[in-house]
Ligand binder design. Structure first.
Ligand code: PMP
Length: 430
């Protein structure tokens, strides 16, 4: 990548932005190369600063389920911008998006919009604590819920990728109120939740884990979570920042038929603009200021551009057969990848739920953080660099998911399959 415009941009970026990036995984360190700088995107394609085009499997880490620069979403944002970009006052559009969310997501009776997934999860946990008057938060190893202090305990995403064991700057006094236990482990779950010494306010879970790579929940895991939290008066929070409007129009809770008490959203609900949302039962949501004593606020919350993008996106997702077609496309793509693994003999454990998937370079079944860690990250790094060189843009870490979008054409996926086959064969030569 020497002598490219991306390389010189990266040098400039590093002088004024820590690590040259505004979010750590973008620096591509775990895949052993420097990042390409993106200047534009349309449909399933990204264009970098050197004019090279890529088929995109990152989709801005999830929001772009309809592809980039969808004309209806762009128009909605332009129309909104022409009316003013922020008022710091209530607007009709935030009611419209809130109504759409309440109709779509089974657990949400009332919803509050914020600006990121991190804000959504942080606020949801504060509210669960305020509502129950209890302290402890239970999360699962390898799940990522944004970068608020109380979640940086055995977290996924960039925290794994960079090998940061939690994070300096997070006081012990705060994380002592967070307990992280293994994903998909029903026995530990029951023992923990029933422990009378723990003052548990809530359990927060990614209903399909997406931040240690894609790890589907065992059926009984979600069922036990619902049954036990219900019985014990613990608030169950689904972090659907990735899965919301992705696995189905009603998210993972509709997909699996398990309704939590609260839900966090982000990514798709903002149509590619900065949005998060948290919602749930009226009785819980009414504890938020100004109706209740639990405080949460935001200068740009419910931003009119973001609301317009969200509304336009959700309307498009209501098209009959949308999720069925996405599932079919993703299933076929995953099947072809599995064939390449079988024919080349390069072991890949392919986990997929709907349009999110991860091919782990391991022979082991991947059901939790520990098994995910058996993946060969050097092999992933090599595969990543080879794919990038051939115009396929994948997540720059083994422990993230690939996102299939409605914009990817048969030709785009065919190209990715051909290049995967080429890359696997090339790895065998080494
Ligand atoms: N929760 C989950 C499940 C996520 O995947 C993410 C981000 N990828 C977040 C929360 C945090 O969202 P944000 O990056 O918008 O703060």
């Amino acid at each position: 990548m020497e002598n490219t415009r991306s390389a010189s941009l990266f040098e400039n970026a590093k002088k004024v932005i820590p690590g040259g990036v505004n979010s750590p995984v973008r620096a591509c360190r775990s895949v052993g190369c420097d990042p390409v700088f993106i200047t534009g995107a349309s449909g399933a394609k990204l264009t970098d600063a050197d004019g090279k085009e890529y088929v995109d499997f990152v989709g801005s880490w999830g929001p772009m389920i309809l592809g980039h620069s969808h004309p209806e979403i762009v128009k909605a944002v332009q129309d909104a911008a022409a009316q003013g970009t922020s008022f710091g006052a209530p607007t009709p559009t935030e009611i419209e998006l809130a109504q759409m969310v309440v109709e779509a997501v089974p657990s949400i009776e009332k919803v509050r919009f914020v600006n990121s997934g991190t804000e959504a999860t942080m606020s949801a946990v504060r509210l669960a604590r305020g509502y129950t008057g209890k302290k402890m938060v239970v999360k699962f190893d390898g799940c990522y819920h944004g970068h608020a202090d109380s979640f940086l305990v055995k977290a996924g995403s960039g925290v794994i990728t960079l090998g940061i064991p939690g994070s300096p700057g997070v006081p012990d006094d705060i994380v002592k109120n967070t307990l992280s236990i293994p994903y998909n482990d029903c026995e530990t779950l029951e023992k923990t939740l029933r422990d009378p010494a723990l003052d548990i306010a809530c359990v927060i879970v990614e209903p399909v884990a997406g931040n240690m790579g894609c790890v589907p929940p065992k059926k009984e895991f979600l069922e036990d979570l619902r049954r036990l939290t219900g019985e014990l008066g613990i608030v169950l929070i689904f972090d659907e920042v990735i899965t919301g409007f992705r696995l189905s129009y009603g998210g993972a809770q509709k997909y699996y038929g398990i309704t939590p008490d609260m839900t966090c959203l982000g990514k798709i609900v903002g149509g590619g603009l900065p949005v998060g949302a948290y919602g749930g039962k009226k009785e819980i949501m009414d504890c938020i200021a100004p109706d209740g004593p639990v405080y949460q606020a935001g200068t740009l919350s419910g931003n009119p551009l973001a609301m317009a993008a969200g509304i336009a996106t959700l309307k498009l997702l209501q098209a009959p057969g949308f999720y069925e077609q996405l599932e079919e496309k993703a299933a076929e793509y995953a099947g072809r990848l599995a064939d390449i693994s079988a024919s080349t003999g390069i072991a890949v454990t392919l986990n997929r739920v709907g349009s999110i998937m991860t091919g782990f370079f391991t022979e082991n079944e991947v059901v939790d953080f520990e098994s995910a860690m058996t993946a060969d990250t050097n092999r992933y790094g090599l595969h990543y660099r080879q794919m990038l060189s051939k115009g396929i843009y994948m997540a720059p870490s083994q422990f993230e998911v690939a996102f299939i979008s409605a914009a990817q054409s048969g030709d785009d996926l065919e190209k990715a399959i051909k290049m995967t086959e080429w890359s696997f064969k090339k790895m065998l030569e080494k």
